[in-house]
Design a protein around this ligand. Structure first.
Ligand SMILES: Nc1ncnc2c1ncn2[C@@H]1O[C@H](COP(=O)(O)OP(=O)(O)OP(=O)(O)O)[C@@H](O)[C@H]1O
Ligand SMILES: [Mg+2]
Length: 350
């Protein structure tokens, strides 16, 4: 089955309240797209619109180039793992996995082999006769994924599939999902999460949602290195967001001039925000030196995080090789390379 998903100006409203606002987004065939955003931002709603469980107020949904907006869920060729992966508790694993095949009227004789194939993909073939209550959380998760894969979908929709698992199991399952996708390279995946590590690890591209709208979309590297909005900068990784004023070829921050790349369209005198990642800020003299007072130090295992007050603004620096951090209240100098800063917002980006 051909895959790929396209949202064409899709809006969803409940009782007049718009919870998904004019979404335009394309997931290429075989691509893993993460939908990342805070609680209530409309991620599950977007997934349900693809699955056919919610009817858009306007706009169209395409799967594999075909307009499916009016099609019922079982005719869309999708596999879905819902937010709490509800397995049918009274059914054995094999019957859970066979469920979608029966609904699709797959010939009876073919079902056992298809069930085994799906369970083997997720490493659960040995558990076919068990009931869900006899499985761990991670095993139930695998069965839920097997159930979604059994119908050989062109599109796989995963809604926070790892949220119920503890941290260690989650990182194991992340590796599993990556392997699964290598084995099924033609399946397009829409992966909802509010965990940036999952999004950065698994996704070819990340769509950032906030308050019913798509705010940003790009590869993990693009969003991390060149975020376009403050929301993306702070949601994908940590960020210093410094209020600055645009000057020709530079910006002014707390009475200092900082050399940073200034986009051609930036208006001198306009206010803007400068994004600098804390791990790209160094201690000591260097380009774009910022003198300030050390306000706080946090030891985080691999790094120390320094909080430095610079002209009334707090600047974070994550330092790896710091043996003895300076004393609190000491005068310190931070610096960052011009190319490690990104100018955002106000008079710059739309
Ligand atoms: N059936 C419904 N009736 C009314 N409002 C709904 C319904 N389903 C969702 N909403 C509202 O739509 C908004 C978006 O919900 P959605 O489930 O898409 O968020 P989400 O991004 O998946 O959040 P979470 O990370 O908490 O799962 C929320 O404000 C929610 O309360
Ligand atoms: Mg949700």
């Amino acid at each position: 089955m051909t895959s790929g998903i396209r949202f064409d100006n899709v809006s969803v409203a409940y009782g007049g309240n718009v919870v998904l606002d004019s979404l335009d987004l394309t997931v290429e065939p075989g691509e893993v797209m993460a939908l990342l955003g805070p609680s209530g931002s409309g991620k599950t709603t977007a997934l349900r619109a693809v699955a056919g469980f919610v009817r858009p107020a306007s706009g169209r949904v395409f799967i594999g180039g075909r307009d499916v907006t009016a099609l019922p869920p079982h005719r869309r060729g999708i596999g879905m793992v819902v937010q709490n992966y509800a397995l049918f508790p009274h059914m054995r694993v094999e019957d859970n996995v066979a469920f979608g095949l029966r609904a699709q009227k797959v010939p009876k004789g073919e079902i056992p082999a298809r069930v085994t194939e799906a369970l083997e993909l997720t490493g659960m073939a040995a558990y076919a006769r068990r009931h869900p209550r006899e499985l761990s959380g991670g095993q139930q998760q695998r069965v839920a994924i097997a159930r979604a894969l059994a119908i050989r979908p062109g599109v796989l929709l995963l809604d926070e599939p790892l949220s119920a698992l503890d941290a260690q199991l989650r990182s194991g399952m992340l590796a599993e999902l990556a392997r699964l996708h290598r084995e099924l390279p033609d399946v397009s995946v829409l992966y909802v999460t509010h965990d940036q590590v999952e999004a950065l690890t698994l996704a070819d591209r990340i769509a950032v949602m906030d308050r019913a709208r798509l705010r940003d979309c790009g590869t993990p590297q693009e969003l991390y290195r060149r975020p376009r909005t403050e929301f993306t900068a702070s949601f994908v990784g940590n960020a210093n967001l410094l209020p600055v004023t645009v000057a020709p070829g530079a910006v002014r921050f707390a009475d200092r001039e900082l050399k940073v790349p200034v986009p051609a369209g930036a208006v001198p005198g306009a206010g803007a925000t400068l994004c600098v990642r804390p791990h790209l800020v160094g201690l000591g003299d260097g380009p774009n030196a910022l003198r300030g007072t050390l306000a706080e130090v946090q030891w985080r295992g691999a790094t120390h995080r320094l909080y430095v007050d610079v002209g009334g603004h707090r600047v974070m620096a994550d330092l790896r090789e710091l043996r003895d951090p300076p004393r609190l209240g000491a005068e310190v100098t931070l610096h960052f390379a011009p190319d490690d800063a990104v100018l955002l917002a106000a008079g710059v980006t739309p």
